[in-house]
Design a protein around this ligand. Structure first.
Ligand SMILES: C[S@@+](CC[C@H](N)C(=O)[O-])C[C@H]1O[C@@H](n2cnc3c(N)ncnc32)[C@H](O)[C@@H]1O
Length: 215
């Protein structure tokens, strides 16, 4: 395995000493901090929202969401136990007060969460999903009808370009549409060392059959 492949693996599922370092980078690198702040801003979290973050890493966005809540809840999931430990340390007060819940696991744990979410998001996670349509379908199951989802991506290739970011936004858009999401729009933020895209999408309202309708 090359050094680069090994490093990418640590950002896909951090573990051990190098994983702890990857978590520190995620929490402190200015462009990481900025892309998380930007994503939460696009979600326009309201005090009574129930928010889900998939792949919360060290928990920067969780803290930003908690700060906007009054009565609502935030749930963060990550399949790396190490990242859940870091997110818990960063958000100890919210965790103790019950505003925040954290779970170690992947998308398979979503059906076990007791909340229906009004907003859901991920930041530099969806590029790792091998089957993006299936992943977005699983997320849709956890979101309330009319709920909003934000999927953010910042390329971390050696010389990232705007085209790299927009290509991934197109991939997300196609998969989100195939998963049944509506009202899709792409936001773009020029940032150093790499631009960022966020695809926003809404879960359709449930359709209610007309009364008296036979077919
Ligand atoms: C590149 S890091 C981004 C972390 C954080 N969202 C941020 O922007 O700082 C990707 C994170 O997603 C998690 N992750 C990747 N695939 C996942 C999956 N299928 N289910 C849950 N967590 C996942 C990884 O463990 C890692 O913490």
């Amino acid at each position: 395995m090359s050094i680069r492949t090994g490093l990418v693996a640590q950002f896909r599922k951090p573990h051990g000493v190098v994983g702890a370092l990857a978590g520190w980078v995620m929490a402190n690198r200015p462009s990481n901090v900025e892309r998380n702040r930007w994503t939460v801003g696009l979600l326009d979290v309201q005090p009574d929202d129930h928010v889900l973050e998939i792949g919360c890493g060290p928990g920067l966005s969780l803290a930003a969401c908690v700060a906007k809540l009054g009565g609502g809840r935030v749930v963060g999931i990550d399949h790396s136990e190490l990242m859940i430990v870091q997110a818990a340390k960063r958000n100890a007060t919210a965790l103790n007060e019950g505003t925040l819940a954290l779970h170690t696991g992947g998308l398979d744990i979503l059906p076990k969460l007791s909340l229906e979410f009004t907003k859901a998001f991920s930041v530099n996670v969806a590029q790792f999903f091998p089957d993006k349509v299936a992943a977005f379908r699983a997320m849709a199951e956890a979101i309330a009808p009319g709920g909003l989802m934000a999927t953010t991506y910042q390329p971390r290739t050696p010389k990232p370009t705007k085209a790299d970011a927009l290509d991934m936004a197109q991939t997300f858009t196609a998969a989100l549409e195939a998963a049944g999401f509506i009202e899709l729009r792409t936001e773009y933020l020029a940032m150093r060392p790499a631009p960022v895209v966020c695809v926003l999408a809404r879960k359709a309202q449930a359709t209610v059959p007309l009364q008296g309708q036979t077919h």
